[in-house]
Design a protein. Structure first.
Length: 230
């Protein structure tokens, strides 16, 4: 009887320890799946992109969870009946549609584009917007994508980029220069829906523009040295 009693006690202790271990692991997993002010990386860019697309966030999609991102998360949480703490935890990530692994996605194929198209978009951004603010680089990428969707332009990235006379970088040699890392990020952000240009289909640098016609296009906004127009 004593041996049986000891065996039962040991079994219960083992079950208790296993339960404690599982609870600890679940708590660690829950903490890991949370992004807050100070976090950075691809998951934060995805959060920013989604919030920007839905009108909660108007800052840069830069992958840095700053005070602006925290405010946007709180606003999203308030509108969706969540605890408004500015932390993108499991419940908030689920509401954002990011609990299926999307939080690890860097956005390179989020909208169905091939890697070669992302690379082409990044190359044009690098060539056309080298030295511009990051938002200006994303805006150049957005203009190209806006043209893809516009009936007056070819319906592929390659078609828009290689359209005769569309981009000066295709004739001045800038297209063949090394691609900046920021341009790759900008291409992915534009593909994910970020559009600092405000829906523009044209842009130009007034200091170097030689076409009188381009000045007739309605101005949407100016970012860095570029004017973005409809």
């Amino acid at each position: 009887m004593r041996k049986e009693r000891k065996t039962v006690v040991r079994g219960l202790c083992l079950i208790f320890l296993v339960n404690i271990l599982l609870i600890g692991l679940l708590q660690i997993a829950a903490q890991a799946a949370a992004y807050r002010q100070g976090s950075s990386g691809a998951p934060v860019r995805t959060i920013q992109t989604k919030l920007k697309n839905w009108g909660y966030y108007d800052g840069a999609v830069d992958g840095v969870y700053g005070s602006g991102t925290a405010r946007a998360v709180r606003y999203f949480q308030q509108r969706n009946g969540l605890t408004a703490d500015g932390v993108a935890g499991p419940a908030t990530l689920d509401a954002l549609g990011m609990m299926g692994g999307e939080e690890e996605d860097d956005g390179s194929s989020a909208s169905g584009f091939q890697s070669t198209e992302v690379e082409l978009l990044a190359r044009v951004i690098s060539a056309e917007a080298r030295g511009e603010p990051y938002s200006g680089q994303v805006a150049v990428g957005a203009v190209i994508l806006n043209r893809v969707e516009h009936p007056s332009f070819p319906n592929t990235i390659a078609g828009v980029v290689y359209q005769p006379g569309a981009f000066t970088c295709m004739v001045d040699g800038q297209f063949d220069e090394p691609v900046a890392d920021s341009s790759v990020r900008a291409a992915r952000d534009a593909i994910n829906g970020a559009d600092p240009s405000g829906g523009a289909i044209y842009y130009f640098n007034p200091a170097t523009a030689t076409s009188a016609w381009i000045w007739s296009r309605p101005l949407i906004k100016t970012i860095g040295k570029h004017r973005f127009c409809s």
